[in-house]
Write a protein that binds this ligand. Structure first.
Ligand code: CA2
Length: 150
């Protein structure tokens, strides 16, 4: 059976393509689901792609990955910068984590420069728009073939 990559998306990412196209582009989250799923399949992996506006739901999905997924790709959106709960869940999940952002958070406001998620991530991809999800899936496929030390 194929290994599963859990791809998690945080609050407001359901609005992608409909608002603020100058920052986040015109690609919808459904388009990104399609891109990430196809890229996972090209590596013989399955993508389980989800979005939630609720912190607790994201925490529960991260907890579930221990038994259901080989790795997590996460764009925690605004919770990136605020959520110790998501960080603690990621630190405990026992599978590799890759953090992704559509925008280059380091070119933006100061409050976006700090990420709690990064402490649990093997690596971070930001600033490449929707393509960042494909890059993250490629990186996860590589990690699953030859794991890196934490
Ligand atoms: O660049 C990213 O991927 C972010 O994770 C996006 C978050 C932001 O809080 C992070 O600092 C960086 C915001 C997602 C909200 O997405 C929207 C999309 C369209 C319209 C409004 C919000």
């Amino acid at each position: 059976m194929s290994q599963v990559i859990l791809i998690l998306n945080g609050p407001n990412l359901n609005l992608l393509g409909q608002r603020e196209p100058d920052i986040y582009g015109r690609t919808s989250l459904e388009d990104i689901r399609g891109l990430a799923t196809a890229r996972a399949e090209s590596h013989g992996l399955k993508a389980d792609f989800r979005q939630s506006n609720e912190e607790g739901e994201l925490v529960s999905w991260v907890q579930g990955a221990r038994s259901a997924a080989a790795g997590i790709v996460i764009n925690a959106a605004a919770y990136t910068h605020t959520s110790v709960a998501i960080l603690d869940a990621l630190l405990a999940c026992g599978v590799p984590v890759i953090e992704v952002h559509l925008s280059n958070i380091f070119k933006r406001e100061e409050f976006r420069h700090h990420s709690f998620v990064s402490r649990a991530a093997t690596g971070v991809i930001c600033g490449f728009g929707a393509q960042g999800y494909e890059l993250a899936v490629d990186a996860m496929a590589q990690l699953l073939k030859s794991p890196k030390p934490a």
